[in-house]
Design a protein around this ligand. Structure first.
Ligand SMILES: [Zn+2]
Length: 584
């Protein structure tokens, strides 16, 4: 079997609804499945998967493609790697892959960085568990009640407080220090030499879902700053994309339908050690919308566990719109004053923690409680809170939920509900107005004639749903009635490549232009514009339109050349046909 045959095998075996459905909650709607887009923030689903055509398209952000595109984008992998993953999944043998040089280079660099990360993780881990100079790390973990099992399960490590510990180790393994720098583990000096980035720190390797090391977090042992450092941006590690522990938690998260989110590495480890398996950490930074999107594939419910201090409260407030926009229902676990997850679980045990889980507060209530606790007395205080909360209400798309929140808000703050609604409507009108204005502006600036554009789409829609009409147009100069050059490319591919009887999903592969590719998907997913009864009339109209444009062109040409005879003949022909003369 050659490579493209194998690719076709995989394409046949892999069902796009099944594959995407494992990462995005999909609901059947008409001929499509829809869900919340994993590639951009949205509250109502515009991410659309079509099983017939085996393609997906997001009407919000324009991303889309076939099952391979999804796998590459979602898991941040190259095409060869995605093909390999999917082939393995469906038990399809792959020939050795020989792709273009650049692609291979990228894959090779990533593989090398994975290897270096793996070596470094070994080095840090061995230092921690075996070496004499790992004692500070061992002392730290034993002080924090982290067991040997946990240390080995999460490959925890210790970086000695030296400038060249890892440098020397990588050298002994014949690894180029430049590559160590690319992995973010070493830092280049001015003289071209390198030194260790992680020194005198506890090391937490960060894994991808295939349990390969993509980066590291390092925590200092004492109170000096910075408390945490992470791997900088590398081809493998992107800040704010990953969640610590997701690789070992995602199955439990899906099973329980709940993810517990904590801030710190140590919080997560302590909870895991207590048998609470559906917990992930935000890698010591504030929660990001990308992290929320990652979780969305596994659950729609999260419990956020923030430290009960000012920083934790602030982080919870900031994350509220992220969840709201991400379509995730979020609750906040509030720990008793003075406790963090670590101290709480070590003191009371996991049963108490699970009990706590039952008393979780919806994140909006938590927000309200916090806002009210700091609300100044009197009308000025009310106005301040109202101003703070209105932008959040405006972002709530579902009317019922909005009503609920508005009602709750006015109940708690004592602000008249009618006043809240009035102010809300006023601001929403204002926002809609500015949105409309900017849309009109865009349309004017792009210089697109929507009437012409509409006929482009109608023509293609006709060809998609009534492919038997293609033959009628094949020998006609149909390009004359299409204004968008990208649509012309699509139609050409259609006429040349479309095999009888279907396989629309393969059309995309014949298109070179990425713009055409992106335009194709929504077109393929659009509902049919014609019925069996109206097809022949539509074909006639398009044929006449082509003829009419041709005539106008000939007339222009004839009049430019002073060819009165031809001009007269054309004018007469147009009258005979009684076609509208404003056609051009
Ligand atoms: Zn999208």
């Amino acid at each position: 079997m050659d490579f493209s045959e194998a690719k076709e095998e995989v394409r046949k075996a892999a069902d796009i609804v099944e594959i995407i459905g494992q990462h995005v909650q999909l609901k059947k709607r008409g001929q499509n499945h829809v869900g919340l887009c994993p590639f951009h923030s949205e509250r109502s689903p515009s991410f659309t998967v079509n099983q017939d055509k085996q393609i997906y398209h997001c009407f919000g952000c324009g991303r889309g493609g076939d099952v391979f595109t999804f796998w590459m984008e979602y898991h941040n992998l190259t095409f060869p790697q995605s093909l390999k993953d999917l082939a393995e999944r469906y038990n399809i043998d792959l020939p050795r892959y020989g792709d273009v040089a650049a692609e291979r280079e990228k894959t090779e660099l990533k593989e090398q960085l994975f290897k270096i990360n793996d070596l470094a993780a070994d080095y840090f881990h061995t230092t921690l568990v075996k070496n004499a100079d790992g004692r500070p790390g061992r002392d730290y973990f034993s002080r924090r009640h982290i067991s040997r099992e946990t240390i080995s399960a999460f490959r925890l490590g210790y970086a000695v407080n030296k400038w060249d510990g890892l440098v020397n180790y990588l050298r002994s393994k014949n690894i180029s220090l430049g590559r160590g720098g690319k992995a973010g583990l070493l830092v280049p000096k001015k003289d071209g030499d390198y030194y260790d980035r992680f020194r005198g720190r506890i090391i937490f390797p960060i894994f991808d879902l295939n349990r390969r090391v993509i980066g590291f977090g390092g925590r200092i042992l004492d109170d000096s700053l910075p408390k945490y450092i992470n791997t900088p941006e590398t081809p493998l590690y992107h800040k704010g994309d990953s969640l610590y522990g997701l690789d070992s938690a995602f199955k439990d998260i899906r099973e329980r339908g709940l993810a517990i989110i904590v801030e710190g590495y140590m919080d997560m480890l302590v909870l895991r050690q207590q048998g609470i398996s559906n917990v992930v950490a935000t890698l010591g930074t504030a929660l990001t919308s990308n992290q929320v999107r990652r979780l969305k594939g596994y659950t729609r419910e999260v419990a956020v566990l923030f430290d009960p201090d000012d920083a934790g409260r602030e982080a919870a407030l900031k994350s509220f719109p992220l969840f709201l926009n991400g379509g995730i229902s979020a609750k906040v676990l509030v720990l008793p004053q003075g406790e963090d997850p670590d101290s709480f679980v070590n003191r009371y045990g996991s049963d108490e923690f699970k009990e706590l889980l039952r008393g979780e507060t919806p994140i909006f209530d938590f927000y309200l409680d916090q806002a009210l606790a700091h609300m100044d007395a009197g009308i000025d205080g009310q106005i301040k809170v109202l101003n703070e909360v209105l932008p959040i209400f405006m972002d709530i798309e579902q009317g019922a939920i909005k009503s609920l929140y508005v009602h709750r808000f006015s109940e708690k703050t004592g602000i008249n509900e009618a006043v809240v609604w009035e102010e809300l409507r006023r601001r929403e009108d204002k926002r809609a107005e500015s949105r409309d204005t900017s849309q009109i502006k865009n349309r004017l600036l792009s210089g697109q004639d929507p009437r012409k554009y509409g006929s482009d789409l109608q023509f293609l829609n006709l060809l998609v749903y009534y492919p038997e009409t293609i033959d009628t147009f094949r020998d006609q100069e149909w390009e004359l009635i299409i204004s968008d050059p990208e649509i012309i490319k699509i139609i050409r591919v259609f006429m040349e490549k479309r095999p009888p009887g279907g396989d629309l999903d393969r059309i995309e592969g014949f298109l070179d232009s990425p713009v055409a590719k992106e335009q194709l998907r929504p077109l393929l997913m659009s509902e049919p514009m014609y019925t069996d009864e109206s097809v022949s009339q539509a074909v006639n109209e398009f044929v006449q339109k082509i003829a009419s444009v041709k005539r106008s062109q000939s007339m222009r040409k004839a009049s430019a050349e002073g060819d009165i005879e031809t001009l007269n003949r054309l004018i007469k022909a147009r009258h005979d046909l009684d076609l509208p003369s404003k056609e051009n």
